[in-house]
Design a protein around this ligand. Sequence first.
Ligand code: GDP
Ligand code: IMO
Ligand code: MG
Length: 420
Amino acid sequence: MPSTILVGAQWGDEGKGKIIDVLTEDMDCVVRSQGGNNAGHTILLGSEKYVLHLMPSGILRKGVTCVIGNGVVLDAPGLVKELRGLADRGVKVGKNFWLSDCAHLVLPHHRGFDALRESKSNPIGTTRRGIGPTYADKASRNGIRAGALKDPKALAARIRARLAEANEIFKYHKQPLVDVDACVKEHLACAKILAPFVTNTAVLLAKIMAAGKSVLFEGAQGTYLDIDHGTYPYVTSSNTTAGGACTGSGVPPTAISRTIGVMKAYTTRVGEGPFITEDKVIGDLLHGMGREFGATTGRERRCGWFDSVLTRYAQLVNGFATVAITNMDGLDTLDKIRVCTAYKLDGKKLDYPPTDLENFARCEPVYKSLPGWKFDTSGVRSFKKLPVRAQDYLKAIADLTQAKIEIVSVGPKREETFFC
Ligand code: GDP
Ligand code: IMO
Ligand code: MG
């Protein structure tokens, strides 16, 4: 059975949660393999809105096993809160959920370091969820893994040791210290709830795949927030691109049968960093419709025209053959729609973004203007029923991306979607 990676082709918030929810109708298992509760994946079921931060977006489908893999950084109190929120709304989480013993725990000092870093010059505009410092501790082999949730004594001792070191640093910077006893108490309470879910998820996934089940890897963030391939340093601290699905879950690349890219019909970004096609016209339009506010921090998302230089490179890095295009209804009212086909830098035309941030920031967009379709697409349920101009727009952005259109989304709800 197929194993599919779903990856964001822009700067995150492409509508991955919604597409995952649609695709899980035919899936047995959904896996998160990187990021943490910096993610905010929105699913609309009727009038019920769910925003998932750590829990895979398959959790709303009965019979789907959800897995948080080793590459995720886990805010244990955050996950417990999410579990309670789901239970309050009648979503049962039991034997359909597993958590890797190798996922690293996000602790209060990580959030403190995140905030401290953001208060200095050149902030990244992080979600302040402690994501970067947790991955830094992991890389410097100072982290605490979720396996410790099964051993309360070891968990308490490790938290105390790590927080003692961290508090020395906070003291030096004249910052408030972390309350060690409160943190230990909170994590011991979380451990009681989470320990039954903790396991070796690489073995679990191997068994699921060997049984012929279909697995969907749910990307968090997007290609340009990737620590290696994104607009460094204005990125997150994990590999958000397709390769991260394997390293972050213990599933070999040979087990992956396909990758789907998700992209909005325009571009958005939250946080700092250059954004070549950013434009107030489209920002004002979308914000005026009450759209494009962050699902995690509530910040207004920056908006711009579709940038095919970004999506083309995303195709190259992730290897997706097909794309899911979301939010096309956001463009319904426009007379003319701009699409960035290439960049210009020092008189030269570029098909791919420069990897150096200063050069990237100096690029100018080369635009093609396409006529708008001026039609409410939210009720359309097939490609053929779209106005010809809307079809042409979708074909143009897919061609420029060098991928085929697989899914089109014309609204936030499950049913506001069609396959091509
Ligand atoms: P994710 O992080 O990639 O899962 O995306 P977010 O949930 O952060 O942001 C996507 C936003 O767009 C959410 O508010 C979704 O409900 C919404 N959305 C997704 N697809 C569509 C669509 O086709 N049309 C409209 N109007 N909204 C959409
Ligand atoms: P989903 O999964 C959009 C951005 C932050 C900031 C940068 C670094 O919902 O698409 P971090 O807290 O990760 O250290 O912040 O990354 N960012 C996201 N932007 N969608 C996300 O996730 C994001 N997760 C992080 O705004 O610019
Ligand atoms: Mg989001």
